[in-house]
Each structure stands twice: as C-alpha cells, then as structure tokens.
Design a binder for this molecule. Structure first.
Ligand code: FAS
Ligand code: PHB
Length: 393
C-alpha cells in the first residue's frame, strides 16, 4: 500500500473541497483531495445558480474563478410574484448597494477543476472503502481504495467537504454532536431548457404551489415547480411541467416564458440540517457536510464558500503564523452565519410554499405576511440584506 504524508486531507471535491484545496495549494500548504465520484460525474451536476456579493468578491480576489465577468450576470436582486397581488423586488442593490451574480455552480466547478489542473492538485477520484482514524490525535490517518491502488495517508488535519450524505460527520462522537433537521413535505422539480430566460429571477407564490424562474445563460433557462414528494420525475413529462409552471406564473411573466424541451430534469427534496459542532479534534466540516438549507434562499453554495473562506484563513494562520485562534473559533464563527442563512431560507420557504394539508388559515396568514412586506420598507430592507448575506458577514 502506497504511503503518503501531507498537511491537510480534504474529503470531497465539490465546490467547498476544491475551493479550499486551491487556496491552500496557492499558499504553499500541502494537501490531498479525495473524491468518491469520477470528475465528469461531479462536473455534470446541475445545482446552484446565484452568488452573494461577498462570495463574488472573494472568488474574484482569489483568482479561482476565471469566467465570472464573462459568463456571470450581475443581478440587482430577485422578484417575488404573488397570485392576484402586485409583485415586489428583493432589491439587493437598493438596500445594500451591492449586486448578486447569476453564475451556475457548474461553471464554478469547471473553473475550479481547471485551476486544479494548472496547480497540479493531488486529487484522487473514485475513492472507495475510505477509513479515517485518529482525528483526535495529532496525526490522523486515512486509508482508501482507488482504481490505481490502495493508499494510506498521514496528515495534520482532515476536512470533511463530503456533502449532505458524507461520512465525515459520523466521526464526531454521537454523544458530542447535535444534528438539527427539518424535512419539508414537498420538493422542487427543476428543468433546464435551451431557451432565452425571463428577465428577472422570479419566485412565484400560487395557491397550487411554488414556482421559480431563473437562468444559466443567455440561452439557457432554468425553471422549478413545487412538487409532492410522492411523485417522481416520470410523473413530470415536459408538457405537464410547462402547463404547471405557466398556470402558477402571473400573466405578465407567463407571456415572457419561452418553453422548450428539457435538456436536464431533476428532483430535489427540501431539507434543513445543521451539525454542531463543525469541528472535532483535527476534523473540520465545511459546506453541505455540515449544513443543508432549502434552496429557496439560494444559500447552500454561498454557505459552502463562506465556510472555506473562514477555514482557509484559519489553516493559513496555523501554518504561516503558528497561531490557532482562528482554528479554535472556526465552528463558532461558521455556525453564526449558518444559522442566519438557515433562518432566512426557512422564512422564505414558509412564505412561498403551500404546505400539504395545512389549515386554510395558514394561507391567509401567509398573505398577511406578504402584504405587510409589500407595504413596509423596513421589512423589505431586512429581507434584502438577509438574502444578500450582508446582515451576517
Ligand atoms: P457537494 O455535495 O457539492 O460536494 C460533496 C462532494 O463530496 C461530492 O462531489 C461527493 O461525491 C463527495 N463525497 C461524498 N462522500 C464522499 C466520500 N466518502 N469520499 C470522497 N468524496 C465523497 N444551493 C444553492 O445555493 N442554490 C440552489 O439552487 C441549489 N440547488 C441544489 C440542487 C440539488 C439537487 C442539490 C443536491 C443541491 C443544491 N444546492 C443549491 C446546494 C448545493 O449547491 C450545495 O450547497 C453545494 O453543492 C455545496 O457544496 P459542497 O459542500 O462542496 O457539497
Ligand atoms: C437557481 O438559479 O437554480 C436558483 C436561484 C435561486 C434560488 C434557487 C435556485 O433560490
């Protein structure tokens, strides 16, 4: 079995793992990345689409994202359209002076993998039978299988960036970890279509269910509809999807929609989940490995970026300055932002979705919340700041 010694091992090569690996590499910290899937599988995933201002600034300054200004599309905010009511803007530009950026996670992951090729990052793909030991020792070890043979690694730190179904969270003793979770009684069915998108990212509330119009490029639109959990993708042929979306969309928006055959279709269950703590010994968790938010607030990817921004600074302080204060504070600092973002995501999910079996009063109370938001600029400012992630940076 091949033996490797390194400083940091990162488990998971999604956005969190790859951003962290590249930041450490560029700063001269030796690291190894382990990924369960093949590169092409990771790059084929269709996921998030919106970056917060602070994430855009961080990625631009880091030099990790090479196409942001070419393929990204700045956005002043997102629109909420409400059945039989005026629509409103979550006006990030007005209330924070900053802009969101429409930049698909697929573009980001492609940029990161291209940078890892340039830097020669040690990335082991199709890893299996991963065994991690000694996270509470000074030299944790990892053993795993790859198509090119078995490896044994000794390191200083293990970073769990292995997503919502990852293994690393289980390394925190059950009696010492707390997992807060909520499962929503519906999911989002998302499609990609090679059609020009509508102007505004628009969240739609309709008595029959939520919908969302967004985009991935000038001729690549992305749409979602709320769907019951007991219906799989096979229950949603394109015709039914478009009919449902156009029925839920207000007339002025529906008229903008250019329908077309879906080139990708996926069903995402909505869940909230927070793991405390995000550190145990020399194991740190980052990204979906530590938290999940319903995509309503467009926070998942942005939280992952926020985690590795904190963690990269903390690890560099350890290796370059010999100080561990930031490492010791990581879990507390990261969780503060995680809870703020989780709360926003929950608030928007409750406001914009019909909950199956809810009493009729809930729909009326939801309408009261929306009408108050329409009329109250203080509430609009708070929502815009939370949506932009400004209130918690
Ligand atoms: P990821 O899940 O992206 O990456 C984890 C990686 O770890 C994966 O590549 C996995 O293969 C690997 N891994 C797992 N176990 C391993 C093991 N034992 N060994 C090695 N590797 C292992 N967020 C938004 O902001 N907006 C959205 O619209 C949105 N839509 C989404 C739709 C779907 C269907 C899903 C699943 C998520 C969506 N998200 C969205 C959230 C998503 O973008 C995540 O927040 C983001 O991918 C987080 O990145 P990572 O933490 O790197 O986790
Ligand atoms: C997306 O572009 O896929 C998207 C945008 C905003 C959200 C969720 C998803 O809240």
């Amino acid at each position: 079995m091949k033996q490797i010694s390194t400083q940091v091992v990162i488990v998971g090569a999604g956005p969190a793992g790859m951003i962290l690996a590249l930041l450490l590499e560029m700063a001269g910290v030796d690291c190894v990345v382990l990924e369960r899937r093949a590169r092409d599988d990771v790059l084929a995933r269709i996921r998030a689409g919106v970056l917060e201002p602070s994430a855009v600034e961080f990625l631009r300054e880091s030099g990790l994202v090479t196409r942001l200004d070419r393929l990204g599309r700045p956005r002043n905010g997102s629109r909420i359209a409400w059945q039989d009511r005026p629509s409103m803007m979550i006006d990030v530009k007005r209330w924070t002076g900053t802009e969101m950026m429409a930049y698909g996670q697929t573009f980001l992951t492609e940029d990161l993998y291209a940078q890892s090729d340039v830097l020669g990052t040690r990335l082991f793909e199709e890893v299996d039978h991963l065994k991690i030991e000694g996270i509470d020792s000074s030299r944790p070890t990892l053993e795993f299988w790859t198509p090119k043979g078995n490896l044994h690694i000794t390191c200083d730190y293990v970073i769990g960036c292995d997503g919502s179904r990852g293994h690393c969270v289980t390394l925190i003793p059950e009696a010492k970890r707390q997992i807060f979770k909520r499962v929503y009684p519906f999911g989002w069915l998302g499609i990609l279509a090679e059609t020009p998108p509508v102007d505004d990212f628009t969240y739609i509330y309709h008595s029959e269910g939520f919908a969302l119009a967004t985009q991935r490029g000038p001729n690549l639109s992305r749409y979602y509809v709320q769907t019951p959990l007991d219906q799989g993708i096979e229950a949603w042929p394109d015709d039914r999807f478009w009919e449902t979306f156009l029925h839920r969309a207000p007339k002025d928006l529906a008229e903008q929609v250019v329908t077309g055959p879906s080139i990708e279709k996926s069903l995402a269950p909505l869940r909230s989940r927070v793991v405390e703590p995000m550190r145990w010994g020399n194991l740190f968790l980052a990204g979906d490995a530590a938290h999940l938010v319903p995509p309503t607030g467009a926070k998942g990817l942005n939280l992952a970026i926020s985690d590795v921004r904190l963690l990269s600074r903390a690890l560099l302080a350890h290796y370059q300055d010999g100080t561990d204060e930031l490492l010791d504070r990581y879990s507390e600092d990261a969780l503060r932002r995680v809870w703020t973002a989780s709360n926003l995501s929950w608030r928007l999910t409750r406001l914009l979705h019909v909950f199956p079996g809810e009493p009729a009063i809930d729909a009326r109370l939801r309408l009261c919340d929306y009408e108050e938001l329409l009329e109250n600029e203080d509430l609009q400012r708070v929502l815009a700041r939370d949506y932009a992630g400004v209130s918690s940076t």
